[in-house]
Write a protein that binds this ligand. Structure first.
Ligand SMILES: *Cc1c(COP(=O)(O)O)cnc(C)c1O
Length: 383
């Protein structure tokens, strides 16, 4: 069984992908070719954001957003310690300070109720992460930001392109949304890629300049920038994949919901046994694209080993909160974020992709719960 299945997805889209690649090879505009604008137009329309700026990666999207907001050494950015390292890394790269706020125990997302206490006169922005494909409580975060001098809010939406919050699309929920097209993300290209979304004309202009070395006109470098473009071939591949993205999002939701429903029914929900595997909550006002399907397992190593022996791959997102990592631990004591600390010890992600069958899912759950998969109980629930 595959953890993610990019080969099956390629087989399903092969003619479209090949045609798109061929078109680029024929016209030869490998940098900023027509596919770049075409993709930006389609993604902007999908999210409802006024501007989409494709960039070299999700990491670069975060860096360029912070640069556009003029983040300087000593500035504080409020974020979560329970995320992929890039979120805090780009803050530190600019000499700014990530201020880690603890997460919600049922979603793993930054806890909006704890943000206000972390705001100081040096706070420059708030950077929530939409973990595992579900956004944080963005309206609550935006309200806090508005109250404190209109602080900008950057959504690290690297895992949540296609998710919604109160019916609105992730990436278009705050000042800036940043996503990634790393191959394993919900919408992935065949290399590195990413995009930034905003409704703010001035920020969009700044980020377009930052993308090409701060250039406002040819050889006029108005500001400091980076080499941050997404290449035409990757945009072309993403365009082909985007054609069935809406269908994939629906599939992912169905598969994620099935894992949850089955886990809840296979285990006695009233049981407080230390062996009980906990599901994460998708809050009613949000939909997840399940970038990962993640559960909380008390005996993680033993369960991972059992699954591995049965040929079922798992992963841990993330085993160590950032404030316990060697390069970051001086910034905040891990005891300040006890929920993140506890979750990092228990989270485990299961295979998640659109070619996963109901039988695959039942086998994963059977092995994980140490049930015999021929057990009547499991057979019954499948039907
Ligand atoms: C993947 C990811 C990134 C980085 O994206 P890349 O395209 O790999 O640079 C940033 N933040 C989060 C939360 C991610 O999951």
């Amino acid at each position: 069984m595959e953890f993610i299945d990019l080969k099956a997805q390629y087989q399903a889209l092969k003619p479209q992908i090949q045609a798109r690649i061929d078109a680029v090879l024929e016209h030869g505009q490998y940098i900023m070719g027509p596919e770049v604008k075409e993709l930006e137009g389609k993604l902007a329309a999908f999210t409802g954001a006024k501007h989409c700026i494709t960039v070299a990666s999700g990491t670069e999207a975060l860096l360029m957003s912070l640069m556009a907001l003029d983040v300087k050494p000593g500035d504080e950015i409020i974020t979560t310690p329970f995320t992929f390292v890039a979120t805090a890394e780009m803050i530190v790269l600019l000499g700014a300070i990530p201020v880690f706020v603890d997460v919600e125990p049922d979603t793993g997302n930054i806890n909006a109720n704890l943000i206000e206490a972390a705001i100081t006169p040096r706070t420059k922005a708030i950077m929530p992460v939409s973990l595992y494909g579900q956004t944080a409580d963005m309206d609550a975060i935006n309200a806090i930001a508005a109250k404190h001098g209109n602080l900008p809010v950057i959504e690290d939406a690297a895992q949540s392109f296609g998710a919604t919050y109160k019916g609105r699309q992730s990436c278009n929920l705050s000042t800036i949304g940043c996503t990634s097209f790393f191959p394993s993300k919900p919408l992935g290209c065949y290399g590195d890629g990413g995009a930034i979304f905003t409704n703010d004309d001035a920020l969009a202009q700044a980020m377009r300049e930052i993308r090409v070395h701060g250039q406002s006109q040819r050889y006029v470098h108005t500001r400091i920038g980076v080499g941050g473009r997404m290449d035409t071939l990757q945009c072309a591949i993403t365009l082909a994949k985007f054609e069935r993205f809406a269908w994939e999002v629906e599939q992912r939701k169905e598969i994620g919901q099935r894992y949850t429903d089955q886990l809840l029914s296979l285990q006695d929900p009233r049981s407080d046994s230390p062996e009980t595997i906990e599901v994460l909550t998708i809050r009613p006002e949000r939909t997840s694209v399940y970038a990962q399907y993640t559960v909380m397992v008390p005996q993680r190593e033993a369960v991972q080993k059992r699954l591995s022996v049965a040929g079922i791959p798992t992963a841990v997102h993330y085993p160590v909160p950032l404030n316990e990592q060697p390069a970051y631990k001086h910034l905040c004591c891990p005891e300040c974020t006890p929920v993140a600390k506890g979750m990092a010890k228990r989270v485990m992600s299961l295979p998640m992709h659109t070619s996963l069958t109901v039988e695959d899912q039942m086998r994963v759950l059977g092995v994980m719960l140490e049930a015999d998969s021929t057990d009547n109980q499991i057979e019954l629930i499948v039907q």
